[in-house]
Ligand binder design. Structure first.
Ligand code: OSB
Ligand code: MG
Length: 367
């Protein structure tokens, strides 16, 4: 495929409600979109970086720099066979996984359109539907959180994840468990703790959590392996896993029993499939993480989650979990049993990019 043109579009889409994590309170999705044109098709990739380097070292500014200075010149007016070759050609670029993944994701879109296949078919997905959970932020009060939980349980979400941070942890989880003794419950610390907090993590064992997501340092696998040996509850790594090598080391050290795969954090779908396969070989279940993405990223996540070892509920909520208006037609909706249908050639499920919505949300365009 020859890439004839590349646009980078920055959009802002307000959240319906603020979403607070251990590292910041989000009020909107500020995102870069990469649009690649090839002959009569175009494909979008959504960059999952945020407005500041809070979740990982990248932000929208670094991603814009890396995409425009290094990544687009590797493909513009060049004949490239597809996402795998792009990943190979750009392997000299250290880190900057969110930037690389945005371009890689756009190349997958072009590839699937040219071959008239779904992403699910291209990557070997097996599920027709994927099960979804909800990630709930830190709220002003426990009462507010309980109301949110009630709302999303009412919508049928299969797993409830609550964000924790120092000062919003044990008592909150205890109260939630008291009200909902039987729901599938998980917590996500986004790296807000250290091994000094080991007693806190031991105390969570009484709550029968499905897993505890990323309790310790964002690059750490050593302390996590110590912690995992001290607690019953499985640890799920998020931030710490950026490559199949990270996953191999974490599995060998016993640093986790579950992994959350975000294709963005892992440099794209090519590397994510390798992580998925490795985890499958080692009996480590995976699920698809979220970055409060817009519809373009959301829809790709649905397809990625159709791989066989994605057996736990995903952070792929409906578009209306975050937004009044999303950028796909149709928007992502959940069915009554709280699953989302995976687009493929046979079921007629397909999403288009809503160019008008993008135009309305656009704040910058780089051509
Ligand atoms: O750690 O999983 C995370 C959102 C932003 C950054 C990191 C995380 C999250 C979420 C929300 O938990 C997941 C979603 O609904 O997209
Ligand atoms: Mg997480």
């Amino acid at each position: 495929m020859i890439i004839e043109r590349a646009d980078i579009i920055r959009v802002k889409n307000p959240f319906r409600f603020p979403f607070e994590t251990a590292f910041t309170k989000f009020v909107e999705r500020d995102a870069l979109l990469v649009k690649l044109y090839s002959e009569d098709t175009a494909g979008y990739g959504e960059c999952k970086a945020f407005f500041a380097p809070l979740y990982c070292p990248e932000d929208n500014g670094t991603a814009l720099h890396i995409i425009s200075k290094y990544l687009i010149p590797e493909i513009l007016h060049k004949d490239i066979s597809g996402p795998e070759e792009f990943i190979e050609k750009t392997s000299y670029i250290r880190g900057n996984n969110l930037a690389v993944a945005a371009v890689e994701n756009a190349l997958w879109e072009i590839k699937r359109k040219k071959e008239n296949k779904s992403l699910k078919t291209l990557i070997g997905g097996v599920y027709d539907q994927v099960k979804v959970g909800v990630s709930l932020g830190i709220e002003p009060t426990i009462k507010d959180l309980l109301e949110k939980i009630e709302k999303y349980l009412g919508e049928g979400y299969h797993r409830t994840k609550i964000k924790i941070k120092p000062g919003w942890d044990y008592e909150v989880v205890k109260e939630v468990r008291k009200h909902y003794p039987d729901i599938t419950l998980t917590i996500d610390a986004n790296s807000a703790y250290t091994l000094k907090d080991i007693d806190l993590f031991k105390s969570f064992d009484e709550f029968n959590l499905k897993y505890i997501e990323q309790p310790l340092g964002e690059n750490d696998i050593i302390d996590h392996s110590v912690l995992q040996k001290e607690i019953e509850t499985p640890i799920c790594l998020d931030e710490s896993i950026e490559s199949v090598e990270d996953a191999r080391q974490a599995i060998e050290l016993g640093s986790c029993k579950v992994i959350n795969i975000k294709s963005s954090r892992c440099r794209g779908i090519v590397e994510s499939i390798k992580i998925h396969d490795l985890c499958q070989d080692h009996g480590i279940p995976v699920w698809c993480g979220g970055m409060t993405e817009l519809g373009i990223g959301r829809v790709q996540n649905i397809s990625l989650a159709s791989l066989p070892n994605f057996t736990l509920a995903h952070d792929i909520a409906a578009s209306d979990r975050y937004f009044d208006k999303d950028i796909t037609i149709p928007e992502v909706k959940i069915s009554k049993d709280c699953t989302i249908a995976v687009p493929d050639e046979t079921n007629g499920v397909d999403y288009e990019v809503d160019e008008e919505a993008i135009d309305r949300m656009m704040v910058e365009r780089h051509i």
